[in-house]
Write a protein that binds this ligand. Sequence first.
Ligand code: AMP
Length: 505
Amino acid sequence: MSDTNLYSVLHTGFSARLDAVAIQTPQRNYTFHDIDAGSGRVAAWLASLRLPVGSRVAVQVEKSPEALMLYLGTLRAGLVYLPLNTAYRESEIAYFLGDAEPAVVVCSGANKDWVEPLAQRNPGSRVVTLEEDGSGTLIDAVSGFEPAFQTVACAPDDLAVILYTSGTTGRSKGAMLSHKNMVSNAQVLHTYWGWRSDDVLLHMLPIFHVHGLFVAAHGALLAGARMIWLPKFDLEQALHYLPESTVMMGVPTFYVRLLSDARFNHDLCARMRLFVSGSAPLLTDTFESFQARSGHTILERYGMSETVMLTSNPYRPIDGPRVGGTVGRPLPGVSVRVVDDNLQPLPDGEIGHIQVRGDNVFSGYWRMPEKTKEEFTPDGWFRTGDMGRWNEQGYLVIVGRSKDLIISGGFNIYPKEIETLIDDMPGVAESAVVGVPHADFGEAVVAIVVPRQGVALDALQIQATLKNSIANFKVPKKVHVVPELPRNTMGKVQKNVLRDQYKGI
Ligand code: AMP
C-alpha cells in the first residue's frame, strides 16, 4: 500500500534538511531532526498504549514546539488529532470530550483538576499535561521511548484530524479531515505560493485552527523552511522578527495592528516575499494602506475547517493581480460554484451560495450523519454556508455567511453591501450590519459602527448619508457607534453577539 500519512509526506519535504533549524523561539532553536525525534517519541508512546484504530487524542494546550510535536506524533501513530481552542472552559470541554470520547486527553497542569473527571467519563481515558514551556507529564511519559519510530502507513481516506467548528448556533460540529484532505491541500499550496527551503515563516497564529496548524505549519514543514514560532501575535515581537522573515500569515487584525504602529515600514519588510491574510474578511482600506506603507500586496485567500483552503489570489504576477476585497480563484484541484436556491449556477456578478468539491473537502461531521447529509448537495457539493459572487476577472467575492443574510419586509439584504458603504464614509474604521427581530418587517437592519481613533461619529448622519445612496428598506433602522466590534480568536466579528446585544429596536 502506498502511504498517504500526512507526516510521511511532510517528512519528504524536510528529510534532506534534518540539521537545519525548523523552529526558532525566543528561547531556543529546534532542528528538523529534533522535530522528527520528538514526534517519534510521542508516536512510540501512543503506540505502546495499544489503542484501537481511529482513537482520538484531544489536546487543549498553549502553543509550543512540543505541542506541534504532539500533533505530528499523533499523525505518525495513525491516531486522530483533536485540537481544542485554549479559550474553551469547563462546560465546553465537557461537550467535546463527551462527543469525541478521546482515549488520550492532553491539557495544562492548571486545568487538570477539572479536565480529569470529564475525561474519565470515558472509561480507560488517560490524561497527561503539557505546559507552554514544554514540560509536563506527557514529556515525562514519552522521554523513555526511542526517537526512531516507523510512521504508520495510512490510506488516503483514513481519519487524521477532527476539527470542531466554532459554530455560533447550535452544537459545535466535528469536521472529519482525512490524510488525503490535508496532503492534497499542503501540496497544492506548496506549489501555488512558491514555498522554498530558504523561507522563514513568521508564525504567530494559534495551532488549534486550520490557519495556523495546517496552512502555515504544513507549508513550512513541507518546504523544509524555518518557522519563527511565537505564542501569539505581539506587536513588538512582530516588528522585531519581520526583518528576518520571508512569509507571514495572519488574520486581518494582525495587519491592522501592524499598520497602527508608526515604526512599521518598507524597510522592515525588505526580505519579505509573501503576506497572506485569511479566516475573516480583509477590509479594502487595510489592503490599500498596507500596500502603501510596506510596498507589499497582501494575498487574501479563503478556506474553512471543513475544506482547508479553497481559493487564493494569485501569487505569481503572470497569473494576474491580487485584488483587495476578493479571495481570488479556486486553487488547482478545487472546484467552486456559485448557485441559486435550486442549485443552478449563477452568471458572474449575481450573489448566490458558494459550494465546493475536491480532494480537500472533508468527509462529514463526527457522529452527525443527518447534519452531514444536509450539508452536501445530492450531486456531491459541500455547502460552505458562505454567499458570494464571481467578479468580472473570475475572482470570488464573499459577501458573508448565509445565516447573516437579512430578510426585511420580504427583501434579501446582504450586510456586506451596507458595510462597504459605511466603511467608505470619512472617519469610519469598520462596521458590522446585522438583522434583528422586528414586529412589522420580520427583521430590521441595524448597523454597528466603529470610528477611527479620535473621530466622533454622528449616527444620524450615517443614516442620512445611506438614505441618499441605497433603497430605503436597506437603510439601518438604527446605527450604534461603539469603540470596537466583538471578535473571536481568529478575528471573526461575532455577529451572533451583536444580534443579541442590539435586538431591542
Ligand atoms: P473556520 O472554519 O473557522 O476557518 O471559518 C471559515 C469561515 O471563515 C468561512 O466559511 C468564511 O465565512 C470565513 N472566511 C475565511 N477566510 C475568509 C476570507 N478571506 N474572507 C472572508 N471570509 C473568510
